[in-house]
Ligand binder design. Structure first.
Ligand SMILES: Cc1cc2nc3c(=O)[nH]c(=O)nc-3n(C[C@H](O)[C@H](O)[C@H](O)COP(=O)(O)OP(=O)(O)OC[C@H]3O[C@@H](n4cnc5c(N)ncnc54)[C@H](O)[C@@H]3O)c2cc1C
Length: 451
């Protein structure tokens, strides 16, 4: 590969990472090293892949290269909903076809079980992962209708749920904004930066796993192409890794390695977090100290009330933008933060004096046909990418799957996964850009008070 791979920046400061105690990152790669496996990317997919590889081949030497500090990328800047159930963002109510949704739920649950076993093994802090379920909150008649349709779908696929009325929503949140909710038990709620850095720190206690942070891969090429023992060589600014097998766990950035080009949709979503609420503000608000809402309308706002190490705060996530070059400016983040503010003020009128402390954006990678970008893309190079907006669970699952493919494992921890078709080709660039942005903007407008 001749062209230098450039890693896109992460815009804005993620509140999740900023409120954690300072963590000492692993040093950057310096010099030349050899390994059995190289994993590129230390998000959900990369760390799951490394952990699974170490379970299958305990003696294998595994190197992980991460472009930033762990937690700085999308894995540490999401809203932390590790969702078991169907969650198709492009649908009206998250539901897809019953058969695919049943299979996807089993896959997501394998991933959540894997994450929970890591949580236990590495004695992560309790707030890193809480298996408490989540609520789809409805603030409009349309939102209530989405919940009703979703409830019917859950019945069809044999899943549990519990409907909440306006009074129950108010008791939970302290505000009278919501008309109803639909609670499901299987979602794990993460403090994403806490979970992902605890996972990385836990993994590196294994003497055969070596993580290098601030070590972006700038070139990946094949050595000894004609020999039987082909090696891949990954270059970073100050070092080189040679490995027989490579797992690319870089989500949409895989396009810059030359794979799945014109097949991946690069979308940003954004979040803001308040400063710490004072004791009197917490009292004024009332309700429970922690809760986690996705919106009943897929284009609405996710809201979390958090307490614990980083203090009592509220997080708002909304807006999607289609940005095929995988970059957005700080100015864009500041502009979207105004939408977060509107959503916050509308819900929490008693907290209007509470300032926003952090606003940030992050990359998602989707495919038109809602499939992973996976498989052996070249001899010895495996992809664990394209999480379709649900990377906490799906990223974990595809990381496990890629590790099992690369190592030819005998048994799978994700037995329900079936080989999928390729991500569908995109439409011509201008059409995609205008179409995707126009469509998402219109859907966001239609979400009304759910946004
Ligand atoms: C605001 C926001 C809210 C979200 N909310 C949720 C949610 O509630 N639930 C959910 O499931 N998902 C959510 N997501 C999506 C989720 O964060 C992603 O789907 C998930 O992080 C994807 O995991 P991953 O491991 O595949 O990729 P990433 O987390 O993107 O990790 C890939 C890593 O690869 C590294 N990398 C890239 N190129 C290179 C290179 N050349 N060399 C070395 N390293 C490289 C990157 O720095 C990055 O750390 C949200 C995203 C955002 C931005």
């Amino acid at each position: 590969m001749l062209k230098k791979i450039r890693v896109a920046a992460n815009p804005g400061v993620s509140g999740w990472q900023a409120i954690l105690p300072t963590r000492k990152p692993q040093s950057a790669l310096n010099g030349s090293v050899c390994a059995d496996y190289l994993v590129v990317g230390a998000g959900f997919a990369g760390l799951a892949a490394a952990r699974r590889l170490s379970q299958i081949e305990p003696d294998a030497k595994i190197i992980i290269l991460e472009a930033c500090e762990v937690g700085e990328g999308p894995a540490g800047r999401n809203s932390g909903f590790m969702i078991d159930l169907p969650h198709d963002l492009s649908s009206q109510d998250y539901a897809g076809s019953a058969e695919i949704d049943k299979q996807q739920t089993l896959i997501n649950r394998s991933a959540i079980a894997f994450a929970k076993s890591a949580f236990d093994e590495y004695s992560m802090p309790p707030e890193a992962m809480q298996c408490v379920g989540k609520t789809n909150a409805a603030a409009t008649a349309k939102g209530l209708a989405c919940n009703t349709q979703y409830a019917q779908h859950l019945e069809r696929i044999g899943e549990d749920y519990h409907l909440l009325d306006a009074q129950q929503m108010q008791s939970m949140t302290g505000v009278d904004y919501y008309l109803g909710g639909l609670w499901t038990p299987g979602t794990a709620i993460l403090q994403p930066a806490n979970y992902i850095s605890s996972l990385a720190d836990g993994l590196t206690k294994n003497k055969n796993i070596h993580l290098f942070e601030n070590s972006a891969v700038t070139n990946l090429d094949k050595q000894n192409a004609s020999a039987a023992d082909t090696l891949w060589r990954a270059k970073t600014k100050q070092g080189v890794v040679q490995a027989a097998k490579v797992i690319l766990a870089v989500n949409g950035m895989i396009e810059r390695f030359g794979y799945f080009q014109q097949r991946l949709m690069h979308v940003f979503t954004y979040a803001s977090m308040t400063r710490v609420l004072t004791t009197s503000e917490v009292k004024q608000l009332g309700g429970e100290p922690t809760w986690a809402f996705t919106s009943a309308d897929p284009m609405g706002s996710s809201i979390r009330r958090i307490s614990g190490t980083g203090g009592d705060r509220i997080m708002v996530r909304n807006r999607f933008t289609y940005d095929p070059n995988m970059e957005v400016s700080e100015k864009r983040v500041a502009s979207v933060a105004k939408d977060h503010r509107k959503a916050f003020d509308a819900r929490f009128s008693m907290l209007r004096s509470v300032e926003t402390e952090y606003s940030w954006g992050g990359r998602l990678c989707l495919s038109r046909n809602n499939v992973f970008a996976t498989g052996e893309v070249e001899e010895g190079v495996f992809s664990a990418c394209c999480q379709n907006g649900l990377g906490t669970a799906k990223g974990t699952a595809i990381g496990i799957i890629a590790a099992e493919q690369a190592s030819a494992a005998q048994a799978s921890l994700v037995p329900d996964y079936k080989k999928e078709e390729l991500p569908k080709k995109l439409l011509p660039k201008p059409l995609m850009y205008l179409g995707a942005n126009g469509y998402m903007h219109w859907k966001e407008m239609c979400a009304g008070k759910d946004k």
